[in-house]
Design a protein around this ligand. Structure first.
Ligand code: BTN
Length: 274
């Protein structure tokens, strides 16, 4: 366990969320396999109703089987990062209309980090959050179609707070954490409540106006806009191109030798490291 870490605490969270606290049902665990898996199970077992407006939030100090995108593992020790998931029921959206949701969540995280005076923040498509080009947060969204045109989502977020050497050695990309950047152990309850409030506001706007409402802001934050990249797409194919924004579904647009192409999935990396 880290020294001086502010542990997550229901009372503080509720105070920080007030008066919006009535919209959230909060649970905190010392240890859990994965906050995403926990909420997915609640949805499967119908312990969260299809059309509830209540936002279920599960946070944990330690995940023993934290999951990342594309089958990767999310590594963090006790209290070293903020790991939480929330459920959101979309009433008028199908699974295919939600491909850009993860980009919108990236925007919400960036706004909160900027609010706490974190500089050098950017996004890497689709939704890695970077500070000084090192990963500080990731988002894993899982979807379940519900009745009629509804869709239930579990939005899982991990934000690095104060990673130990051991944890860092398990992570296979350049990472940073809030302690390294600010030199301070920030109040995790305050950051979590700010994120929940911003995410609630952001998703409500996404439901009303769609991704186009966020597109320009997202592109401004994209670390790779205008850069020469390669994109690994399923079946181990690689596409080379220059990043030219994202479209209204959140797909990345690349200027390639055979024209401007859009991709809904894949992993991008810079071609020129300079
Ligand atoms: C990624 O960058 O690959 C996504 C990481 C998402 C990690 C979070 S931590 C809380 C939630 N529970 C999980 O098992 N994963 C997400």
């Amino acid at each position: 366990m880290q020294n001086n870490v502010t542990l997550l605490n229901l009372e503080s969270l509720i105070n920080y969320l007030y008066p919006e606290s009535k919209h959230f049902f909060l649970q905190i665990f010392d240890s859990i396999d994965s906050t995403n898996s926990f909420l997915i199970n609640l949805l499967k077992n119908k312990q969260i109703s299809d059309n509830t407006d209540l936002i279920y939030v599960v946070a944990a100090e330690l995940q023993t089987k934290g999951r990342g995108r594309n089958g990767r593992v999310w590594c963090s020790g006790f209290g070293e990062s903020l790991t939480f998931s929330l459920s959101w029921s979309f009433k008028e959206y199908s699974v295919s209309q939600l491909s850009s949701l993860s980009l919108v969540i990236g925007v919400a995280i960036i706004r909160v980090l900027k609010y706490f005076s974190i500089e050098g923040v950017s996004l890497k498509w689709p939704n890695d959050v970077l500070v000084n080009n090192l990963k500080i947060a990731g988002v894993l969204i899982e979807l379940r179609s519900g009745i009629k045109k509804s869709c239930q989502t579990v939005i899982g977020i991990g934000i690095n707070f104060n990673l130990s050497k051991d944890t860092r050695s398990c992570i296979d990309c350049g990472v940073t954490d809030l302690f390294e950047i600010t030199g301070k152990l920030l109040d995790r309850n305050l950051i979590l409540s700010s994120l929940l409030l911003e995410i609630k506001k952001t998703i409500s706007n996404f439901e009303m106006f769609g991704f186009s409402y966020f597109k320009e802001e997202w592109i401004c934050y994209h670390a790779y806009e205008g850069k020469r990249v390669f994109l690994k797409i399923p079946n181990d194919q690689i596409v080379y191109g220059i990043v030219d924004g994202v479209n209204d579904n959140g797909s990345i647009c690349l200027l390639t030798n055979s024209g401007r192409k859009m991709f809904a999935v894949g992993e991008i990396s810079l071609r020129d490291i300079n």
